[in-house]
Design a protein around this ligand. Sequence first.
Ligand code: AGP
Length: 604
Amino acid sequence: MCGIVGYIGVKPVKKILIDGLRELEYRGYDSAGIAVLQEGSFSLFKAVGKLIHLEEKAHDYESSGFAIGIGHTRWATHGKPTELNAHPHMGANSYVVHNGIIENYQELKAMLIHEGANFVSQTDTEVIVHLFEHYLKNTPTPFDAFKQTLAKLEGAYAILLITGSASDTIFFAKNGSPMIIGKNSDNETFFGSSDAALIGKCTEVIYLEDGQYGYASGEVIHLYNGESHDVTLRFTPLSGNKLSAQKEGFRFFMEKEIYEQSHVLADTLMGRLRDEQIHFEELESGLFEGINEIKLCACGTSYHAALTASYLFQRHAAIRTSVEIASEFRYREPYLTSDTLFIVISQSGETADTLESLKMAKRHGLKTMVICNVDNSSMVRLADASILTRAGIEKGVASTKAFATQVCVLWMLSLYLGEIRKTLEATEIRRQIGLLRTLPSTVTVDSNMHEQLRRLSKRYLHGHGFFFIGRDVFFPLALEGALKLKEISYLHAEGYPSGEMKHGPIALADPELFTIALLPQHKLYDKTKSNVEELSARDSTICSISPLDFDKADDHIRTKQLDDYMLEFFEMMVVLQLLSMEIAIRLGNDVDMPRNLAKSVTVE
Ligand code: AGP
């Protein structure tokens, strides 16, 4: 979610680092910073907000001759977006930048404070540099200290570390977060968390694998794997096209973001799952005291996540739950009581209607919470409590990975509440935590499935409309499927509860009416199947999505046999996203920037 760069060479290091960070800024812009080591002395610059602020701060600094430097642009996970929390983090004589989350940072921090370390930030990252200096006191070389540091870290990381004890060297490590090393014919060495930062500077790169670490001294790179074995350096050529590098080989950002869901869900879950407990470090223990009702409020895709959550909150936590479309809520003079927790859901944290609804709830004295993807957004600053979804920046206007992470957080929150309210047995919480752990693999895109959807898409380019239908949480998923399709294909689509079709919409049924039917094995299968049969009997064209055979379907998309309806929900979500995208691509539309839409809707 953050961006990392590093450089060893004789060119002006500030410009190289800041140019690299500019390519990564879309990943996070809560703060940015660089640290340069030249002739034994450090220069450090940090600034809150966009990179331009860092450039202003470092305006008068220039290096000449050999130097090493590291830089970072931050998407806050631990600690507010302040200058103290900005990377690089410093020890007495060393600096570190880091992507990922150090899960055991609290115990390491306690140990280091006991040993006399002085912490200045609220981040998990700062433990790395203090741990390194702790080991450096009693180890023969900085590299030994670095290895001992890595051995103590739990969680995901990509790390660059520089120290006054080795003034021509950058130490690096990768475990779960990306890290690339680049070279060019001038024998300069570059580091980046994405190749977008290296394009135009390097001709060849090494994409590090998890568990690899090492150091680069001057022109020489030493690379090791988990067992301290020397790894042969295998460089691959680097393409020269920046936009395609950012898309990482995918045709559209939307496609990349659908494929990324496995990784971002792993980030969303990170540090939040215990064996029998959900852990939200960011929530105060008293938040739910005196709360008897939950009101969820959002727009668009986030509203569909809220609707999904309303089933889970009532089912798992036995709490009265209602859902509001923010643009309606604002003006309908709602009756609000102080025992209600008001939860807004927003990818951007800036949507005008949702933000105003949040302000309204606060004016009525309600406790408020936001589930959001952007840490320093207006909603996060305003709400009493916030949970970050950690989806990373979503570039496609049609929301995909943001929705996946919202539903994941809301599912976890329903279990968290179920435990507090003692409405779920420990065994059931344990079972569902087991399911949550499988989410990253559940949403991994199966290439055969993607190919089937690509081929199928050619049959759905016309007609007079689509009905996406489902029951229970598959109704909000049907709404989301229909929204995805209309946003990017410009075809008319509606989401409907499957049991409602007979109350009117079934009058539209004919071969040119396409029904996309969500038929999960583990939630109301027979009931939904009957509804789809009613449509099939009236000659609607049926595309069923189910792990079970369905002989009344014209097309059938077979999903995996999974253990629970929530896993089926996430797999079907991916199917609907890909199907919409493939239809839109065949229609020749700009999938990432569909007509008439904007990523962040800051007007009423
Ligand atoms: C979904 O694909 C859309 N981009 C849109 O419905 C979006 O979810 C809505 O505008 C709300 O945005 P937010 O989550 O940033 O508040």
